[in-house]
Design a protein around this ligand. Sequence first.
Ligand SMILES: Nc1ncnc2c1ncn2[C@@H]1O[C@H](COP(=O)(O)OP(=O)(O)OP(=O)(O)O)[C@@H](O)[C@H]1O
Length: 278
Amino acid sequence: MATHNLRVVSDRAAPLLQVDGVSLEYRTPERIVRATHRVSFDVHAGDRFVLLGPSGCGKSTLLKAVAGFVAPSEGEIRLEGRRVQQPGPDRIVVFQEFDQLPPWKTVLQNVMFPLRHAHGLSRAAAGELALDSLRKVGLAEFAGAYPHTLSGGMKQRVAIARALAMRPKVLLMDEPFAALDALTRRRMQEELLALCADAALTLLFVTHSIEEALVVGSRILLLSPHPGRVRAELDSHQFSLASQGSAEFQAAAQRIHGLLFDTPATVAQPPARTAAAR
Ligand SMILES: Nc1ncnc2c1ncn2[C@@H]1O[C@H](COP(=O)(O)OP(=O)(O)OP(=O)(O)O)[C@@H](O)[C@H]1O
């Protein structure tokens, strides 16, 4: 039979997103600030990939580079094998700030806007898609409201709905729940996980909270303090909101804390880039 000749060379699909030896720098009039140093990781379709590290280790800058707002000084970022060189509707960012929605547009108009302008949809088609997206985040009945009448959590839901409606290949989130109170944050994490499962989203999520990384992420990349280098990559798909507080969850959080802040001698080497732990 012909199948005898088939040889498996890889048991995994090609990565959706590849960050390959990426160094990122800011040039100020006085000096060059190196934000990350030769960072590499692969994100596969369906991953909830978390960038975790202390303040200033370059997480946000990495996200901006994937979004196409910052060009690497070294290395390359590829989406489906093609080099990322500019922003595009295939990579939408949700930020932490509550003021990311133009205040003069209603909730519906906010979600419709990029559909009309980046995807070129008709008013009717954009309206339908926007409403569908608002339904997914439980805000359809606020379609006619203006952002200033919404709570922080509701504004973040609108920002997520706007991103979802664009059907990005990777949804980029920069500490999206950091400015919310603890209860709302927990609910938003829960909703995000449900959306990921429902819409088969691929997520690149930045946080400096170890607990949030374990809850949200299926994989976690640990970055060293400034400039960010890869410390380790962990498989964390077994944890969820339900496991928070369990002995296993606490042990994982402790281990991550050790990997992030211990002296380099105790730091585990990052696994091979083939992500053998999956
Ligand atoms: N526009 C800028 N100009 C110069 N330096 C910058 C600029 N933005 C960030 N940096 C520097 O780059 C480094 C990485 O910053 P970045 O915001 O990416 O870190 P971060 O890990 O996201 O931090 P945080 O968790 O505090 O948001 C820091 O040293 C920061 O001071």
